[in-house]
Design a protein around this ligand. Structure first.
Ligand SMILES: [Fe+2]
Length: 443
């Protein structure tokens, strides 16, 4: 009975379909590019796009063939596409195969993966295979590399990237505009809140274990900080007011010379921005994007607030205080999609705050998933009882005070790579990522 139930939970045909769908998206994203554009390193922060493609394939080969057929040998395959052997800044000098060759390698590996998958081996005694975990891990890896590739495409040198396909605006997308007041803060009552997850089918090791924390009451912004809010900060001289910046933030600002979010340019009195091949006036109603942690923190000080901790963020996104229960997503249990939130890449940019009617948490916060990743004040660290799985280099190697946690995914995140408990992390100076924020305040 249990065996049948366990076996039926995993559907190899569905997994094969997801793997094909993920690959189709990867190829769609790169389809407008020439071989030279795929080979080039467009920014020292990013890999050549061909490296991402080769790396996606080799990660898949390692985890869906080698490490299943033999002992778990490597964290990453040795060679050209091993991120630890070749740091990003050096990947421009690697001799990468041409796209046609790279595609052949990808197809060959995928063929072996599908053959193995067809054998329906989800041996519950193997934690990699149980509930199809390792397939979800590899899928998410490809999804996450797609978002990284979009950072590269936005940074692309030469002619701007022109997407092969775009979503239309969702039906009724802008129904909240003008009908509901925006902005303001909501009070979270505090108390015992469950953080993290028990899920072992898709969640990463750093999201476990689920544990109870006692939170003090706090205020949190109903909406992400908008471009309009941020224009006020700029107009008030926020970038030259030392008092709003931490020491590290001021050092970054002095060095980077930032005067506005990345990709913003001032022409006369007006601010313009660009997303891929589309440029226009900065739209005040959109969430602000491409800001560093330091800029987020300075803005929060400017308005007399602070950034939320990641625990506060998760409580505001998923905890229902009235019933003492936790949702998987702000809107409930329904799997994320482009219709619920600004996710899945093909919007190629943010959308006005309030555009997604159902994207509201039990507390009433809008847009905690989608549009922009939200900086939190938390360092990236382990939850109580953390056990690294399936390899320490996924999370554990990054624990410490160097990285800040971001939550909630962005327009460039695929729906299968985001959930209420998902923890992203990056250096506080980074802003080529699709990052924004919302503020909090003590009660
Ligand atoms: Fe990777």
């Amino acid at each position: 009975m249990t065996t049948i139930a366990t076996a039926s939970k995993v559907d190899s045909t569905a997994i094969a379909g997801q793997l094909l769908e993920a690959r189709a998206r990867t190829f769609l994203l790169v389809s407008p590019l020439t071989d030279e554009e795929l080979q080039a390193q467009h920014d020292p922060l990013m890999s050549p796009l061909l490296w991402d493609l080769g790396h996606i394939a080799h990660f898949e080969e390692l985890w869906l063939t080698r490490n299943l057929d033999g002992p778990v040998e490597f964290v990453e395959m040795p060679g050209l596409f091993n991120p630890f052997e070749h740091p990003r800044s050096e990947r421009g000098a690697l001799r990468l195969p041409r796209f046609s060759e790279c595609r052949k390698i990808m197809d060959e590996i995928r063929g072996r993966v599908l053959d193995r998958l067809a054998a329906n081996d989800f041996d519950p005694s193997n934690p990699l295979l149980r509930d199809g975990y390792v397939y979800n891990m590899v899928l998410q890896h490809e999804y996450q590399h797609n978002e990284t590739m979009l950072q590269t495409l936005q940074l692309k040198r030469g002619r701007p990237y022109s997407p092969a396909a775009r979503f239309d605006s969702p039906a009724g997308a802008f129904s909240l505009r003008g009908t509901a007041p925006r902005g303001g803060m909501l009070q979270f009552p505090g108390g015992a809140v469950e953080i993290g997850t028990r899920d072992r089918t898709a969640a990463y090791d750093n999201e476990r274990e689920r544990h109870v924390v006692e939170l003090a009451p706090f205020w949190i912004d109903r909406d992400p900080v908008t471009n309009g809010d941020f224009l006020t900060f700029i107009a008030a001289g926020g970038y030259s007011a030392r008092e709003f910046w931490s020491d590290a933030g001021w050092a970054w600002l002095t060095d980077a010379g930032a005067r506005a979010p990345m990709y913003w340019t001032q022409v006369g009195e007006s601010w313009f921005t660009r997303s891929m091949d589309r440029s226009g006036l900065v739209e005040p109603a959109h969430p602000v994007c491409h800001v560093s942690y330091h800029e987020a923190e300075a803005f929060a000080r400017f308005v007399g607030k602070r950034l939320p901790t990641e625990l506060e963020w998760e409580a505001a996104a998923c905890w229902d205080s009235s019933s003492g229960t936790k949702r998987s997503y702000p809107w409930g249990e329904q799997a994320p999609s482009k219709d619920l939130a600004n996710l899945d890449q093909l919007s190629f940019g943010t959308r006005p705050v309030g555009s997604y009617r159902l994207n509201v948490s039990p507390l009433g916060c809008y847009g905690m998933i989608g549009d922009v990743w939200e900086w939190t004040s938390s360092d990236f660290g382990p939850y109580p009882g953390f056990k690294s799985f399936p390899y320490p280099e996924y999370s554990e190697a990054f624990f410490g005070t160097e990285y800040k946690v971001l939550r909630g995914g962005s327009w460039a995140t695929r729906p299968g790579a985001i959930r209420g408990t998902f923890r992203n992390w990056d250096y506080p100076v980074r802003r080529q990522i699709f990052s924004g924020f919302r503020c909090a305040r003590d009660v």
